[in-house]
Structure formats: structure tokens, C-alpha cells
Write a protein that binds this ligand. Structure first.
Ligand SMILES: [Zn+2]
Length: 443
């Protein structure tokens, strides 16, 4: 595979993807708002936007998709330029001149490498933020935004330095099986990062308060939901995130591992939703929590990473044999190979995107089902509350209603709002006389 061809391939994917979403958009507008056949006799609410928001959401939909492919392609181009200009070799020479300690060399090489990659992506990131401001999704000031960018960069440098040091240490010791040993070393590191994220990383970017602080009434209702699920989630594991300082969007999430595991609800969600709607959102997150989605998804991602490392190793060996002298790379264990390894893994990770998102959509769908099951009977009309929650979520985020199949397949980590809204209204084991799958002790 020649670099030129690789570039052409990505341009092809980009063009094909954009072409594929356009017709769906047009036909999407003509889709009649008819209900799919379901046991429910009432007319289903369809996710829809008023004309002005629809127009904005369509513009955003196209922009996001274009930006996603453009930034991916650009990062690969930057890595290729690094290879052609033998940048990795220069970084190595410079680091070796500054220090004879390998760990310091790793820090120097990784820091500069990450810094340059992030600087080349900065214009795109800043443009994306300006779009968020322009469309009223974000309310974050530029000072705060740059602050977050800087903190993110420092974390990345820290993580990359550790990973880079381990990578070249195993490459030198085991030229054949380094891909496996490196993966093995990454497993506890990734688990550790997930463990400390809620207590050390997330508070760097947002403020968190116990949910009981301002929302005692909601917590009382949440406790009924938790009890219905036959669970025990202590109050100390429920947090409110002060998202309104930065965004107009609504959200909630589950984070952490073992003792740091917790449910977080954005303050914007509670501000714009009724208690039954918020309870559905909470129920969805509780579904992730109860069904163990974090460890399950992490396991699946680690398995994919192992495959990527193996394939990456084979490709890297081939590339060094063939182009090593041209790119100034003596061997794979030479730090000059860094742009090559990152390039190969980036391409493989890009191609793996639909698999990662497909897995995620599966678990998100399960969480929707759990959320509905766990609030059923506790709120007056669970199906309606869930459908309304999705309408509000989608509308606040300007989610385009007519997402193309390819766009969904490739980059949607959640099922589309349209499908989720239909699902929560048509899933009705209670009406159809069979047991719900996850929450059995229904009234
Ligand atoms: Zn979810």
C-alpha cells in the first residue's frame, strides 16, 4: 500500500460518505410521520424539529461529518509529512543529545510529538468551538476553552510519555512479541485511568456537587427508581455536574470503576426536564451501571486493541524493511519510528470506528430499554416521559432527525434519536403480557 494510495482511499471514503448522506437527507424530509406497526394503539410521537431548528441541525450535521473526516485525514497527512521529512529521526537525535536517560528521552520525544500533532489540529478544534458558539450549543468563553485545551494537552503528554517509554522498552527487548507485551502493559494502565478519571481527571474540567445538595426532591424519586431496580446506589455515588457554565446541551453519564463508580447528571438536564423525564435519563444511566457496561465495553475495546497491535506490528515491520532508509528509521525499536507506528495505528483505529460504535449502540439500546423498564409504573406514563426526554435532548443539541444509514453505521455511538423515540413508545411487554427483560419486579 503506497502512501499516495492510502490518501486517495481516505478521500474516496470521505466523498462516498458525503454523497451517501445527501440523498437520505432529501428523502428523509419526505418520510411521512406514520407509526411503525406496533402493539401500541396510540399514535407515536416522532422526533421532529421546527423549521428554523431543522435547518440549523442539517447544517450542523453536514459540518460535523465533514470536520470529522477532514481532521482525521489531516492528522494522517501530518504524520506522513513527518515521515517524509525524517522528523522522527530529528526528534530522536535531539532527545539523545539532551539526556542519556531513556525515560527522559521518552518524555522529550513524546511531548514534542504530541504538542506538534495537537497544534496542527488546533485550528480545526477552534473552528468547531466557534461553530458551537454560533449555533448556541456552547456558552464557554474562549479563555476557558483554551484552558481546557491546555489541560487536555498536559494529560496527553503525561499519558503519551508513559506509553512511549514502555513501547520502546519492549520493542528493544522483544522485537517479535512487543505488540503483545505493550498491550499487556496497557491493560492495567487503562483500567487505572478509568478508575481515577472521576476523582482526578474529570474535576479538572468541570465542577461536581452531590446530587442531594440542590435536588432533594429528585433524589427521593431517584431512590424509588433505584429500589425498583433492586439496587443499592448510595447517595454519595450520585453527582450533579455544573455543565451550564459551558454548554446548553443536556446529558448524564456513568463513570468510574469499583470504588469510584458513579452516576453523574448534568445540571442542564434537571433544569430543562420534568422529574419523570429526568428519571428516565437517570434510569438509562442506571442501566449502564447495573448491567456492567463499562467493564464489558472496556473488555471488548481491549480485545480490538490487541488485534490492532498485531496487525500494526506486521504492517510496521513491512514498512520499515521497505522504506526505513528513506524515512531515516534504522529499525522499529529506533524512536524515529514513532510517526510511522502512530500513522499505522491511526489508520487501523479509523477503520475500526464502525465496530466500536456498533458495540456502543448495542449497549445504549440496552440502557434505553432498562431505563424504560425501571421507571414503568413509577411515573404516570413512562413511554411518554421517555419519548419527551428524547425530544428535548435532541432539540437542545440540534440533532438532525434524518440521519443517513452510513453516517449512523460509521460514527453514531448511540442509536439515532428518531429510533430511540420510536423504541421507547413501542416496547411494551406489560401491555403484551410478557416479562420485561431486565427489571422483573414490576407492580
Ligand atoms: Zn448511555
Amino acid at each position: 500500500m503506497k502512501p499516495a494510495w492510502r490518501g486517495a482511499f481516505l478521500v474516496y471514503v470521505l466523498v462516498a460518505a458525503l454523497a451517501a448522506i445527501a440523498p437520505t437527507v432529501i428523502s428523509g424530509r419526505q418520510v411521512p410521520a406514520n407509526a411503525p406497526t406496533s402493539a401500541s394503539s396510540r399514535r407515536l410521537l416522532q422526533y421532529a424539529l421546527p423549521p428554523d431548528k431543522l435547518q440549523k441541525s442539517y447544517a450542523l450535521y453536514r459540518l460535523d461529518f465533514t470536520l470529522y473526516f477532514a481532521t482525521t485525514l489531516w492528522s494522517l497527512v501530518v504524520l506522513l509529512l513527518m515521515l517524509r521529512s525524517r522528523f522522527g529521526g530529528r526528534l530522536r537525535d535531539w532527545a539523545e543529545r539532551v539526556s542519556r536517560y531513556r525515560i527522559l528521552q521518552a518524555v522529550i520525544v513524546m511531548s514534542l510529538f504530541v504538542l506538534i500533532l495537537e497544534l496542527t489540529q488546533l485550528p480545526f478544534a477552534a473552528y468547531a468551538h466557534s461553530v458551537g458558539l454560533q449555533y448556541g450549543l456552547s456558552v464557554q468563553t474562549w479563555v476557558s476553552w483554551f484552558g481546557d485545551w491546555g489541560k487536555g494537552l498536559l494529560l496527553e503528554v503525561l499519558f503519551a510519555s508513559i506509553a512511549g517509554w514502555i513501547l520502546y522498552a519492549v520493542l528493544r527487548r522483544s522485537p517479535q512479541r512487543w505488540w503483545f507485551y505493550f498491550w499487556l502493559a496497557m491493560v492495567p494502565i487503562l483500567v487505572l485511568v478509568m478508575f481515577i478519571a472521576p476523582i482526578w481527571i474529570e474535576p479538572l474540567f468541570n465542577r461536581f456537587e452531590p446530587l442531594t445538595g440542590h435536588h432533594a426532591d429528585l433524589v427521593a424519586q431517584i431512590e424509588r427508581v433505584v429500589h425498583r431496580g433492586g439496587m443499592n446506589i448510595p447517595e454519595q455515588r450520585m453527582f450533579e455536574m455544573k455543565a451550564s457554565e459551558k454548554t446548553n446541551e443536556l446529558n448524564a453519564y456513568v463513570t468510574g470503576f469499583g470504588r469510584t463508580k458513579r452516576v453523574v447528571v448534568w445540571d442542564t438536564t434537571m433544569e430543562h426536564m420534568t422529574i419523570p423525564q429526568t428519571l428516565f435519563v437517570f434510569g438509562h444511566e442506571m442501566g449502564h451501571y447495573v448491567l456492567g457496561h463499562i467493564p464489558k465495553e472496556l473488555t471488548l475495546i481491549l480485545i480490538q486493541l490487541l488485534v490492532l497491535m498485531y496487525v500494526g506490528c506486521r504492517l510496521a515491520n513491512w514498512a520499515v524493511t521497505r522504506y526505513g532508509s528513506r524515512w531515516g528509521i534504522r529499525s522499529l525499536s529506533d524512536r524515529a519510528s514513532l510517526p510511522l507506528l502512530v500513522l499505522i495505528l491511526s489508520v487501523l483505529a479509523f477503520l475500526d470506528t464502525p465496530i466500536v460504535n456498533g458495540i456502543s449502540r448495542h449497549y445504549e439500546h440496552q440502557a434505553d430499554q432498562y431505563g424504560l423498564e425501571v421507571i414503568h409504573g413509577l411515573v404516570p406514563d413512562a413511554h411518554l416521559a421517555a419519548a419527551q426526554a428524547f425530544q428535548i435532548l435532541g432539540e437542545r443539541s440540534l440533532d438532525y432527525p434524518y440521519v443517513g444509514k452510513l453516517a449512523e453505521f460509521w460514527s453514531w455511538s448511540h442509536p439515532t434519536i428518531r429510533d430511540r423515540m420510536i423504541f421507547v413508545q413501542s416496547y411494551d411487554p406489560w401491555g403484551e403480557g410478557w416479562q420485561p427483560e431486565f427489571v422483573k419486579n414490576a407492580p
